[in-house]
Write a protein that binds this ligand. Structure first.
Ligand SMILES: NC(=O)c1ccc[n+]([C@@H]2O[C@H](COP(=O)([O-])OP(=O)(O)OC[C@H]3O[C@@H](n4cnc5c(N)ncnc54)[C@H](O)[C@@H]3O)[C@@H](O)[C@H]2O)c1
Length: 387
């Protein structure tokens, strides 16, 4: 058994996602468990160098997590031939430029979504990666959530029969920043800084819909900016120029060719009264299921209660009683870490890895179609993206 070193240049790790999900919950956790095991018994040990603008901040972060290497000079880091993977979780707007630079330096690529703020940049970066022959991956974390993995198992077991429809509810109240600090960065509410609900979330819905329910063929979307003014990290009032909610309907085609209708409400201006911060309710001819981040509950055709509409009588059923939890059929790890491990195996032993820059570009494509739909107040078809 040998230990193979993987030198990773990690950019944007002082941010919310970079620090919590990618550095601490993924790379530091993989190092603590002794690396990623390969089929031949070898292990791959990530050896990250953390790159950021603020030396004090990045040095403190490295020290806190037992990482020896850090720096403020990305070009210098890219010049080191021993670090072969570039990872980015910094701003969406800067991402395609940074990825291009890293690809030209011969690095493999792994990055957060969205790959870019527009389809042209997203497809350009995919074609550049393909032309240079590097390996590439994009975070598609929702697919690795326990709730959605349980839902996938129901689908694979044929539980739903013919799938009819999916209703997704995503969101929670994001504080405006005056009464109490907002729990998301202020750039999320400024389109000039790469913010907006549609850009942030519709790229997730693309891979969730495509991979669990059916390929997305068409979208109708209405974006809204419900809260026009918010307060930033310094307590300063700013104009919210981006959409903070969107209401979308998608036409899908399931693998068996049958149509599926998906509706997804996404909002940072809603108060939660449902099982989780995101839920997907799937109805099929033979059964239904509701999945959240961790749990999934199902109701088969034979277990379906038979309500009768009668407004004169207080409802005798508690409809929440008629659902059965899908058991914890395995030990679920953090979804970001699971995807990192898959990508590291792909790098080290060439195992298949579907979630590449083309899949990332598909997410950005659906974002563009949804924005166009909202602007022009009409359905927009989603053409296939050429590989
Ligand atoms: N997969 C997911 O579920 C998920 C969730 C949230 C965000 N994201 C994505 O992750 C990325 C970061 O989002 P976040 O919420 O962590 O944001 P954040 O504001 O917390 O972090 C942004 C990071 O970028 C760095 N940065 C900002 N401006 C920079 C500049 N001019 N030059 C160099 N670095 C700069 C910051 O220092 C920080 O490290 C975004 O692309 C976002 O869309 C993904």
């Amino acid at each position: 058994m040998a230990i193979q070193r993987l030198g990773i240049i990690m950019n944007g790790v002082t941010g919310r996602m970079g620090m919590n999900q990618h550095l601490i919950r993924s790379i530091v956790a993989i190092r603590a468990q002794g690396g990623v095991a390969l089929a031949n018994g070898d292990r791959v040990m990530p050896d990250p160098i953390l790159i950021g603008r603020n030396a004090d901040k990045i040095a403190a972060l490295a020290k806190a997590h037992g990482i020896e290497r850090w720096g403020t000079d990305l070009d210098k880091a890219l010049a080191n031939k021993d670090d072969t993977l570039f990872f980015d979780a910094a701003t969406t707007q800067m991402r395609p430029g940074l990825l291009a630079k890293a690809i030209h330096a011969g690095k493999d690529i792994y990055c957060e979504k969205p790959v870019a703020t527009n389809l042209k940049e997203a497809t350009d970066i995919y074609h550049l990666a393909k032309a240079k022959g590097i390996k590439h991956g994009v975070v598609q974390d929702k697919l690795f959530l326990p709730g959605l993995m349980k839902l996938r198992m129901l689908r694979d077991a044929g539980f739903f029969g013919r799938m009819l429809s999916v209703r997704g509810e995503f969101g929670y109240w994001v504080f405006e920043g005056d009464l109490q600090p907002a729990q998301r960065p202020s750039w999320n509410y400024r389109s000039e800084d790469g913010g907006g609900m549609i850009l942030d979330m519709v790229c997730h819905w693309r891979y969730v819909l495509d991979n669990l329910f059916g390929e997305v063929k068409s979208v109708s979307c209405l974006g809204a900016t419900h809260i026009p003014e918010r307060f930033d990290e310094a307590g300063k009032k700013y104009q919210a120029t981006a959409d903070d909610a969107a209401y979308a309907t998608f036409e899908l085609v399931a693998p068996d060719g049958s149509p599926v209708i998906a509706q997804i409400n996404m909002s940072w201006t809603t108060r939660v009264r449902r099982d989780d911060l995101v839920t997907f309710h799937v109805d099929g001819t033979h059964g239904s299921a509701v999945a959240g981040l961790t749990d999934c509950r199902s109701q088969a055709r034979v277990n379906t209660p038979k309500p009768v509409w009668n407004p004169d009588v207080k409802q005798p059923f508690n409809f929440f009683d008629h659902w059965q939890p899908v058991p914890e059929y395995t030990t679920f790890d953090n979804g970001f870490k699971v995807q990192w491990e898959m990508f590291i195996r792909h790098l080290a032993e060439g195992t298949p890895f579907k979630w590449n820059l083309l899949e990332g570009a598909k997410g950005v494509q659906l974002v563009e179609c949804a924005l166009q739909s909202s602007k022009e107040r009409r359905w927009v078809d989603v053409p296939a993206l050429a590989a």
